[in-house]
Design a protein around this ligand. Structure first.
Ligand code: GRF
Length: 210
């Protein structure tokens, strides 16, 4: 049955290569109604403008309270009609108010196989631990950092001689495939959360590639 694309806000802080992957993957399942940045100088904003997508800045440096910052982000997203938030390289932690306003509708991409290496230096930590595989996790966001129900994961090998740059580059090429796939599934209503488990409702992904 045809359905309207689900309008989503994409939250960014930096380069925006994951935003670009979402832009470059036109889908009947989701649309990007606004790109919201916590930094006015984020390069991701130019990518959004280049694609004709509205942008909005909630400047973290002028916010003193996390819950006020979170409210401003959610207000902006709702003002543009968003029915979910995609954290694509968004480097701020949202207060629990965001999960109340967008229940089971906030998705984050993380450059490691959670629950290993949560936090802001996941690639460096994976290298320091000498793992032979790390990867990408796309998960729903809950009140704890890099912790919510896992939607999908893909492994990425670590090679001898890798540094943080080369490994992150390999991880990002996987992120750029996986995030649009998951966001499209979310837009289709294919994902349902049962405790810490996410069920893919369609047979396309059932038991297979998630
Ligand atoms: C990505 O590797 C993402 O996993 C992490 O921050 C990076 C953002 O990259 N949270 P970009 O801004 O999408 O290029």
């Amino acid at each position: 049955m045809p359905h309207a694309p689900l309008p989503l806000a994409v939250l960014v802080s930096g380069t925006g290569s994951n935003l670009q992957a979402l832009i470059d993957c036109p889908s009947d399942d989701f649309s990007i109604c606004v790109v919201i940045s916590d930094r006015p100088d984020a390069a991701a904003l130019a990518r959004a403008r280049g694609a004709g997508i509205p942008t909005h800045v909630v400047d973290w440096s002028t916010c003193t309270l996390r819950h006020e910052f979170t409210s401003a982000v959610c207000d902006a997203a709702e003002g543009f009609g968003a029915q979910g938030l995609i954290l694509a390289g968004f480097m701020r932690i949202l207060a629990p108010g965001a999960m109340e306003r967008f229940p089971d509708a906030i998705i984050n991409v993380h450059p490691a196989l959670l629950p290993s290496f949560p936090g802001g230096h996941a690639v460096e930590h994976a290298l320091a631990h000498g793992v032979t595989f790390t990867g990408v996790t796309v998960h729903f966001v809950d009140e704890q950092v890099d912790h919510g129900p896992i939607i999908s994961q893909r492994p990425v090998p670590v090679y001898d001689g890798d540094d943080a740059f080369s490994l992150h580059e390999r991880i990002q090429s996987v992120e750029h495939q996986l995030l649009p796939e998951v966001v499209a599934a979310f837009g289709r209503g294919d994902l349902s959360v049962e405790g810490r488990h996410v069920r893919w409702n369609s047979t396309v992904n059932a038991g297979g590639s998630r």
